[in-house]
Design a protein around this ligand. Structure first.
Ligand SMILES: Nc1nc2c(ncn2[C@@H]2O[C@H](COP(=O)(O)OP(=O)(O)OP(=O)(O)O)[C@@H](O)[C@H]2O)c(=O)[nH]1
Ligand SMILES: [Mg+2]
Length: 282
């Protein structure tokens, strides 16, 4: 009994074989995830919406938060990749801005060395994120160590300065804390501009997270004034979808005078659109 190996195989040899089989299987699975993601990434780059990536230690509550936030307000039926990749979903923020949320694979310390590379590869799409949301299990006894591990992985991955500056920290699972601890954690987060205490399970604090994400996106945005000719109404419509239109007035000639706030990449698109329109008109 308990002896399931071939003739002459000791229990330790059997264990070793089973573990190595398990590792091979895991490697293969990670490889598959990476390949699928690579093929989707191409399509994703073309999405006109900013990407918000949830990262964090395993079990921190990323998927729970992802589901809570995206279930209430999902609009993604029309986006092809939403059906291809369940870890990406679209949401309208409270300020009306449309974004894509991305759930990622959780980080685990003491990963076997040869799995680390595969794991990192699955995380690479975080580099394409406009805002990184670091989800932490604030009720976990090792939450500080976990945070350090995650930050180290992100640094090694090579996140940009802008990503580092706009990173949001979610202190999740506050429902598991005592009343006193809870008050303290909530207050600490309130004093920081870049942190939110919440519970993905009860939903408490989730709305504030969406507001904060909206603010972080807007922080990189540029304010500008713009005059568009009467025949550029398509551009005005486009701006309503891709920028924050703060004011819009028409003069007697039908020119539109706008004050907008716009993300750098959208501004580049806007310039391109207007140049090509002028070129084809002349
Ligand atoms: N009490 C409580 N439990 C939570 C909360 N958020 C998540 N959980 C639980 O924590 C466990 C892990 O949640 P997941 O959302 O799967 O965690 P994850 O970060 O996606 O984990 P990985 O995918 O492994 O990286 C689940 O049992 C959740 O029900 C919370 O706010 N409060
Ligand atoms: Mg998950």
């Amino acid at each position: 009994m308990g002896f399931i190996g071939g003739p002459g195989e000791t229990q330790i040899e059997v264990d070793r074989r089973l573990i190595s089989e398990r590792i091979t299987k895991l490697s293969r699975e990670l490889d598959k995830v990476r390949k699928t993601r690579e093929s989707h990434r191409e399509g994703r780059r073309k999405t006109p919406f900013p990407i918000i990536a949830f990262v964090g230690y395993t079990n921190a509550g990323k998927s729970t938060l992802f589901n809570r936030i995206t279930q209430a307000t999902v609009f993604a039926q029309d986006l092809l990749f939403a059906t291809l990749d369940p870890t990406m979903r679209g949401v309208d923020l409270p300020n009306g801005k449309r974004v894509i949320f991305s759930d990622t694979v959780g980080f685990i310390s003491d990963l076997p060395t040869h799995l680390v590379a595969a794991f990192r590869a699955t995380l690479e799409e975080v580099l394409a994120a406009d805002v990184i949301v670091h989800v932490r299990d604030i009720s976990h006894p090792e939450t500080e160590q976990q945070k350090r591990d995650v930050i180290q992985v992100l640094e090694e991955l090579g996140i940009s300065d802008t990503q580092r500056e706009s990173m949001i920290e979610v202190h999740n699972k506050i429902d598991l804390l005592s009343e006193e601890e809870r008050r303290e954690i909530v207050n600490i987060a309130k004093r920081r501009k870049d942190a939110i205490a919440l519970s993905a399970t009860t939903g408490e604090g989730c709305e504030e997270l969406l507001e904060l994400i909206g603010k972080q996106l807007a922080a990189e945005w540029r304010q500008r004034a713009l005059v568009l000719a009467a025949d550029e109404s398509a551009v005005v419509a486009w701006l309503h979808r891709h920028a924050d239109v703060q004011s819009l007035n028409y003069d007697k000639d039908g020119n539109a005078h706008l004050k907008i706030s716009i993300a750098p990449e959208e501004e580049a698109r806007l310039e391109k659109m207007r140049t090509s329109a002028t070129a084809s008109a002349s």
